[in-house]
Structures are given as structure tokens and as C-alpha cells.
Design a protein around this ligand. Structure first.
Ligand SMILES: C[S@@+](CC[C@H](N)C(=O)[O-])C[C@H]1O[C@@H](n2cnc3c(N)ncnc32)[C@H](O)[C@@H]1O
Length: 355
């Protein structure tokens, strides 16, 4: 069980400069595809907003993965951080292990997040970056082995991490098979998520995204009964519109899948599942409110509307009021307590030696 405490704000991202070492990447490997459009665009506010979660207590969910990763890698290894986001895992690993000569390839589907990761970590020779593109004609994301160059595929990765992301993968089996093609025999895959339905979760712990569904009736109740939210009241009786917003919410926050689905799919993709465990992670309601407020349109879009559904942008006042509704309904959901416990599930897999 983790203590509920706030992390100290991080210092300079270049703290590790003194300890930097030269990582030996495969010959002709380009660490930073500098000509890719994502690599040169400005860093966006949304990415910075996400990156701030590193200071939230609930982001201690990375610690078990960082510990496990440290125990499986040695100098010279290549590690894939799949769905690396803004690079928080790699940043924390390098801070904890400043002299470790491991090469991290940060791979992500979001050019905005990857851009910030590049900004934070690109000066460190131990990092490399690849963007997974959506192939419109084929209606799918590129697979991992499609974005890595031949020299790196030939060498193979010693480990792969996927933190706070696997619940977002539509095509899980294909994704895991691609991981298998990139990992060396005997390599480890470390996966964790707070959005897995785990029968072993401690009683009273939350699946984080389920808070979004469960706050809906409380928000509706507030709109009906608190005159502060009167301007949102009329929209409640438009069933068709409310259904459209339910569907929008399901796009932002995918339906939660059970642990057995993940374990079975790893096995089907050829992995050995060597360990499954869980931790209860403390989260401050204020931090969780702050995080969800970045996705206010997906959480409570019906309150004030949005371009995608209503074909008109909400006013600034409506968005501000929506944010207040989010805060008030989350406070009601957690009985006005300052914190709650969420369950995080950790899955450790290995590519068989004889594969
Ligand atoms: C909640 S963030 C987690 C980022 C990071 N791993 C961390 O723990 O801070 C989820 C990330 O998954 C990425 N993502 C979503 N769907 C994906 C997919 N199908 N394949 C690869 N990455 C995906 C998003 O772009 C985003 O950066």
C-alpha cells in the first residue's frame, strides 16, 4: 500500500547532465527523426497539462514498474517505452539511475505528447523517439515494428514498458504480436494500468475511469437542484442529445475490460505471463479533478455543449461553469473526503526463450 502524499515538484529536467554517458545505439540508427513534422512543431499546452500529473500523488503508480525495470535491464540494453506520452517514466528512470547506459525508444501515437517528451529528454543520448501514425486508408495505427528501423529490429529490445495506456488499445492482439516481433527471446514486457477490472482489487478501491461514469447522475442531480447550474437544466430533457454525449464520453473513456482479457490476449500473442499483482494507490480528489478538467468536454460535455455534437463552441462562461460542476460532482462522489484509493494492476510478461 502506498502512502498518500504529494511528490515534490521536479527540478530541472537536465539534472542528470553530469552523469550522462554515451549509449551505443545500432549503427546508422537515427535517434531523433528531426524532419518529421511532429518534431519541429511548438510544444502545446495540452501536453504540458498532462505532464503535470507527474506531481500528483497517484502517479506513484509508476514506482513498481520502475523497480521491476531496474531489475531486468543491464547496460547496453534497448528498452521500448510504448505509449510513452510525455516521457514521465523514462525521465524518472534516468533520474533514479543516472549512470545506467540503457537506450530508451519512446514511442507514442500522440505527436503533441511526443513533442514534449523530445523537449524534455531529447538532449540525452540515451533517448530516441518514434511516432506511431494513424493509417487512414487502412483505418489502423502503425504497428511497433513498422516505426522502428531495420538495425534496431535486428538487435531487438530487452524490455518494453506500457504504463497507463493498455486500456486504450483497440487492437490489443495485433499490438502485442508486434511487441513480440521487436523483443528478444527472454525479454520482459512490463504493463500496468488503473483501468483494468481486477477481481483481486482491494475492497473500496476505484477503477479511475469509472469515476467519470459514476459522477454523471450526481452532476445531473446538481443541475436539477442547484440554481447555480440552471443554464444547463433544459438540456437534460433532450434524450437524443444526452445519448450523443454518452457516446462521446465512451470515446474519451473506453469501456473497462477485465484482467482475464489482458492475460488471455498476452498468451494468445505468444507471451508467458509471469506475474500479475495489484496495488492500492492513494489519489487526492483535488488532483483527480485537476486531471479530469483537461478532458471536461468528454466528461461533462452536455453541460454547455461542444462543437462536435452541437456544432457550436461553448462560451467561456459555460466552460468555466462546467468545470465547477465537475468539481462539485466529484466532491459529492467521494462524500467530500479529500482522497480516495484506486486499484492499479501490474502484469509482467516474458517472450519465451525458444521463440
Ligand atoms: C495516459 S497516457 C500515459 C503516458 C505514459 N505512459 C505515462 O504513464 O505517463 C496514454 C498514452 O497512450 C497513447 N496511446 C493511446 N492509444 C494508443 C495506441 N493504440 N497505441 C500506442 N499508444 C497509444 C496516448 O497517445 C498517450 O500518450
Amino acid at each position: 500500500m502506498f502512502l498518500l502524499e504529494r511528490r515534490a515538484p521536479r527540478g530541472s529536467t537536465h539534472e542528470g547532465d553530469r552523469n550522462r554517458t554515451t549509449m551505443k545505439w545500432p549503427k546508422a540508427f537515427v535517434r531523433i527523426p528531426a524532419d518529421d513534422p511532429w518534431a519541429t512543431c511548438p510544444v502545446e499546452e495540452l501536453a504540458r497539462k498532462y505532464d503535470a500529473v507527474e506531481n500528483h500523488g497517484w502517479y506513484r503508480n509508476l514506482e513498481p514498474t520502475l523497480d521491476e525495470l531496474r531489475s531486468v535491464v543491464t547496460d547496453g540494453d534497448i528498452v521500448i517505452d510504448y505509449s510513452a506520452g510525455t516521457g514521465i517514466l523514462v525521465e524518472q528512470f534516468l533520474k533514479r539511475n543516472p549512470s545506467q547506459q540503457v537506450g530508451f525508444v519512446l514511442v507514442d501515437a500522440s505527436p503533441k505528447f511526443l513533442r514534449l517528451a523530445l523537449d524534455k529528454l531529447g538532449a540525452d543520448e540515451r533517448t530516441a523517439f518514434r511516432w506511431i501514425q494513424y493509417l487512414k486508408e487502412e483505418k489502423r495505427l502503425q504497428m511497433l515494428d513498422e516505426v522502428l528501423p531495420a538495425p534496431l529490429l535486428k538487435e531487438g529490445a530487452a524490455a518494453l514498458c506500457s504504463t497507463n495506456a493498455i486500456h486504450l488499445y483497440y487492437d490489443l492482439l495485433d499490438t502485442l504480436r508486434a511487441w513480440g516481433r521487436v523483443l528478444k527471446p527472454g525479454a520482459t514486457a512490463l504493463i500496468q494500468s488503473g483501468n483494468i477490472n481486477n477481481p483481486n482489487a482491494a475492497e473500496g478501491t476505484w477503477i479511475i475511469d469509472e469515476t467519470v461514469d459514476q459522477l454523471q447522475p450526481l452532476a445531473i442531480d446538481l443541475v436539477r437542484n442547484n440554481d447555480k447550474y440552471e443554464s444547463f437544466r433544459a438540456s437534460l430533457d433532450d434524450a437524443k442529445r444526452m445519448t450523443a454525449y454518452d457516446k462521446l464520453r465512451a470515446k474519451y473513456f473506453l469501456p473497462v475490460r477485465p484482467l482475464s482479457y489482458y492475460v488471455d490476449t498476452f498468451r494468445e500473442a505468444g507471451f508467458d505471463v509471469v506475474n500479475v499483482y495489484e496495488h492500492s494507490i492513494g489519489a487526492l480528489v483535488a488532483d483527480w479533478t485537476d486531471f479530469l478538467s483537461a478532458y471536461h468536454e468528454g466528461v461533462l460535455g452536455w453541460a454547455g455543449g461542444c462543437q462536435r455534437i452541437d456544432k457550436t463552441e461553448p462560451s467561456d462562461e459555460a466552460v468555466t461553469l462546467r468545470q465547477e460542476l465537475l468539481r462539485d460532482s466529484l466532491a459529492a462522489l467521494f462524500n467530500h473526503q479529500p482522497d480516495f484509493l484506486a486499484n492499479w494492476t501490474y502484469i509482467t510478461c516474458r517472450k519465451p526463450l525458444d521463440s
